[in-house]
Every structure is written in structure tokens, then in C-alpha cells.
Ligand binder design. Structure first.
Ligand SMILES: [Zn+2]
Ligand SMILES: [Zn+2]
Length: 310
């Protein structure tokens, strides 16, 4: 079974304070490593947490506020210094190409590996990338400037065979293929239901990333039923006016979103630097939804393990 896990690299908002750093996460699916957002200092912390930057094949940037993108030029530059040869694709909102092109030009940065920068301006859920069994989608969030959310979704998995049954039946490779794809078998004119010979389809895992954003009902259908939802909780409920003014969410907003989207688990983050301890934010989110996690930098959250605990 493919590993599907999220490692939090940065869990704070604009200011690196209280031991927290600006936004960045690494999502691992099987042998694919995807970096989501790249706040200042991300490359240093990737090394601290034992994630080899060369393993990253795609980078998804939510928006162009500095706390999500200031670490990207440094990372792209280091790849060149370290003789990266593998291609790298960076997805982000409209403007990211111009921003990176100018930085590359003014700093005379050499990029000696294939670098593709793809701008997207989604109006609803749209697929941007696929590899193996994983699809990556983007969708619009509700922030002060264009901001893209991301959804990473396992596509399909083969049905797991009941080994003892299948071996005793001496099935052909073709019949095994049919079983693995969820079909019943016709044997000597009799239909053998699939569930007698397989354990059915594995639960498909999915991860949605919503930062930075205000609470918006529009987002709910796109993140419905995901295994883990990351939703920003910049402010406590008492600062709802500040949240609205700055295009952010309160902890209560995030809890409500998790409940309405009927997700399995909510990962909070993008905490304002005013909070040394985010315990109250977690409690406020829990008023709406029970399974709430704090973002701890360096911690790896396994989606598959979550489903087993549930
Ligand atoms: Zn931010
Ligand atoms: Zn922002």
C-alpha cells in the first residue's frame, strides 16, 4: 500500500515566532514528494526533518504573499548549485511566472535543470497533474489576493484478493485481473460474486489544503469527505472581525468547514504570532468538529494510519 503522509514544515503565519515558521508542507504519496507552499527558510528545515529536497518533483504554491513564497527562490537556486538534473514543476496563481522570472533575471540565477512554471486561475475544481495513482486538483480560495487551494487524491486501487480462496480456485491471470478490478467472475455458467474472492476496494485517501482563506461555503463540495483537511486557523473566535478584514479564518470557521464537508480529520495551522499556545484555537475548532489536530513542525501525519484509528 502506498504511503500517503503530510509533514508540516511551517505552521505559523507571516512572522516566524514562538518556534513556528511560515507555511510549508511536504505531502508524500508513494515515491512522489510534493511541496505545498514554500515560506522563508523552508529548504533549511527540509534538511532538519530529513527530507531530501531533490526528492521533490512538484511544488504547489497557494498564493504570492511572502509567507508562502519567500523560500522558493532560494530553493530553486540551491537545486542548481547541487546539480539537480530532474525536472521540476511549480504550480501557482497567475503572477508566479513573472515573479520568478524577474528574480531569476535580477539575481542572475542559473537554472540548469528543466523548470516548468504553470500558472492556474481556477474558477472551480480542476485537475492540474496526475502521476501513477495520484491526481492533483486546484480550486479557488477566498483571500485578499488570488489564492489556490489544492486537493491530492488517490485515484483507484486494486481490490485485494483473498489469497487462500483464489489459490484454491486456480484462476487464470485474466480472471485475477477481473477480480482486482472489482468484477464478478463467470465460471461454468455460474456467477461468482467478487466479494467472495476479494476484500473489496481499499479506502481511497485524499488531502485538501486550504490556506489562506476566509470561511466560504463555495469550497465545501470540492473538499467533501476528504481524509484530512488542512484549513487555516489564523485567529481565535474573538477576532472574527480581524479575520474578515484580512481574508483569514477563525478556529471556529475551520471546525465548521470540517463538519460541513464531512471530512475525517482537521489539521489546523497558519497560527497568528500572537498565540504562544494554540490550545484554545484547537478547543474552539472542536466545538464544531471532534477530530482536530495541531500542526507540529517536523511531525509526519499518516493518512492511512488515521483511517485505521477511525
Ligand atoms: Zn499566509
Ligand atoms: Zn495570504
Amino acid at each position: 500500500m502506498a504511503e500517503f503522509a503530510v509533514t508540516v514544515i511551517g505552521s505559523g503565519s507571516a512572522l516566524p515566532m514562538n518556534g513556528r515558521h511560515p507555511s510549508a508542507q511536504v505531502v508524500q504519496y508513494d515515491d512522489l514528494f510534493c511541496l505545498i507552499d514554500c515560506g522563508e527558510g523552508t529548504q533549511t528545515r527540509l534538511r532538519e526533518y530529513g527530507i531530501k529536497p531533490f526528492k521533490i518533483t512538484i511544488i504547489l504554491i497557494s498564493h504570492l504573499h511572502g509567507d508562502h513564497v519567500f523560500g522558493l527562490p532560494g530553493l530553486l537556486s540551491s537545486f542548481s548549485h547541487l546539480q539537480r538534473k530532474e525536472a521540476l514543476t511549480v504550480f501557482g496563481p497567475v503572477g508566479i511566472k513573472g515573479l520568478l522570472d524577474e528574480i531569476i533575471r535580477y539575481t542572475e540565477m542559473k537554472i540548469n535543470y528543466p523548470l516548468h512554471i504553470v500558472e492556474t486561475n481556477p474558477t472551480s475544481l480542476s485537475k492540474i497533474w496526475t502521476k501513477g495513482n495520484l491526481d492533483v486538483f486546484t480550486f479557488p480560495l477566498q483571500h485578499r489576493i488570488s489564492c489556490n487551494g489544492y486537493l491530492l487524491k488517490e485515484r483507484s486501487s486494486l481490490y485485494k484478493l483473498k489469497k487462500e480462496v483464489v489459490e484454491s480456485m486456480r484462476l487464470t491471470p485474466d480472471q485475477i485481473h477481473q477480480l482486482q478490478h472489482g468484477m464478478d467472475l463467470e465460471i461454468n455458467g455460474t456467477t461468482m460474486p467478487n466479494h467472495l474472492m476479494t476484500y473489496g476496494e481499499e479506502l481511497l485517501l485524499s488531502y485538501a489544503y486550504c490556506s489562506d482563506t476566509q470561511y466560504s461555503k463555495m469550497i465545501i463540495p470540492w473538499i467533501k469527505n476528504v481524509t484530512m483537511l488542512y484549513h487555516e486557523t489564523t485567529f481565535g473566535n474573538d477576532l472574527i472581525d480581524t479575520a474578515e478584514l484580512t481574508g483569514h479564518s477563525t478556529a471556529g470557521d475551520a471546525g465548521l468547514m470540517a463538519a460541513e464537508a464531512d471530512v475525517m480529520c482537521l489539521l489546523t495551522g497558519h497560527y497568528s504570532s500572537r498565540y504562544k499556545d494554540v490550545g484554545d484555537l484547537i478547543s474552539e475548532a472542536r466545538e464544531h468538529f471532534p477530530h482536530v489536530l495541531e500542526s507540529i513542525e517536523g511531525k509526519k501525519y499518516s493518512l492511512r494510519m488515521l483511517t485505521q484509528q477511525h
